[in-house]
Design a protein around this ligand. Sequence first.
Ligand code: IMP
Ligand code: MG
Length: 173
Amino acid sequence: MPGTQVLIDQHKIEKAVQRLAFEIKRDFQGTNPVLICILKGSFVFIADLIRALAIPLEVEFVRLSSYGSGTESSGKVKMRLGISNSIANRHVLVVEDIIDTGITVNYLLRYLRQKKPAVLKLCALLDKPSRRKIDVPIDYLGFTVPNKFIVGYGIDWNEQYRHLPAICLIESK
Ligand code: IMP
Ligand code: MG
């Protein structure tokens, strides 16, 4: 298993989560928003984010796949698990771990928009803008990262490394 190197430590992640929660709270407080967790990578981030938000809200999970087992997006997105409850007229916030080409989140935003939410916004922990293929507006962003392969804090390489508490780079990638 390749070694890792810390890019963003736990303390910096915590501070970013607090800042994001403050910004989201300012815009969503009192709306009982639906937060949509994109599985699997966003589960650690959303778990911290909802506790920092500390407002009434609901959580839904979707599962999309665009990456195969490698490190490159295949460009073809499939919905593997959709949302069960209606989001019509609701305030909806999509929570993503990392936006790379933009293909995955663009697909999801288009899918959700058809369900006629009152508000649809996007929160991403990480943005890797150098590889963007489809422009997606990120309303709440944690960090911009370089064009390197990221793992940890829920984010995997071949299903490994999700447990790492920091955001890390894989050595030799
Ligand atoms: P996109 O469709 O290219 O924007 O890819 C987005 C998805 O690919 C994210 O939800 C991640 O799950 C995954 N991904 C993108 N970059 C990385 C990375 O550096 N490490 C691990 N997963 C990544
Ligand atoms: Mg993901």
